[in-house]
Design a protein. Structure first.
Length: 148
């Protein structure tokens, strides 16, 4: 069996979310007939009926409920992989601050930096010599290292 495409997962989830082909098609920016054909094709490929269709309503079958959970997990994992790839190479944000620097201030600065630039790791080094510690090589044993 050929791999399921991201587009097929998105189509199915749009129908699962709305339980209505016309609304799902509108949300996806396509016409209802191609969406209906794509779902029917997906069901044939999977060998399972995902949706129970009548002229009045659409419902998920037991297989459809399982596939909905798995499709969401797959898209979430793909999104996470994309985020991690984009963050790769950003490396370490090292902040050296004098002891007594407010946690709230540091938390807000780190949050804004990571939101704007991304970072794999944030190191907070508390020292009376911040400039030297921020450019130092290995992490001193008394620093805090946190994964973002």
């Amino acid at each position: 069996m050929k791999r399921i495409e991201v587009r097929e997962l998105e189509y199915f989830l749009a129908v699962a979310d709305t339980l209505h082909f016309a609304r799902a098609a509108e949300r996806l920016g396509i016409a209802p007939p191609p969406l209906s054909r794509a779902i029917a094709h997906l069901e044939r490929r999977l060998g399972a009926k995902l949706l129970e269709r009548t002229s009045r309503r659409v419902e998920l079958t037991p297989a459809g409920r399982v596939f909905e959970v798995e499709a969401r997990n797959a898209l979430r994992a793909l999104d996470q992989a994309v985020r991690r790839v984009r963050q790769a190479g950003h490396g370490v944000l090292r902040i050296a601050a004098p002891p007594g620097t407010g946690a709230g201030l540091l938390r807000e600065l780190v949050r804004r930096y990571v939101a704007r630039f991304g970072s794999d790791t944030v190191e907070l080094v508390f020292t009376s010599r911040p400039r030297r510690s921020a450019t130092a090589g290995p992490t001193p044993r008394w620093s805090a290292r946190t994964r973002i």
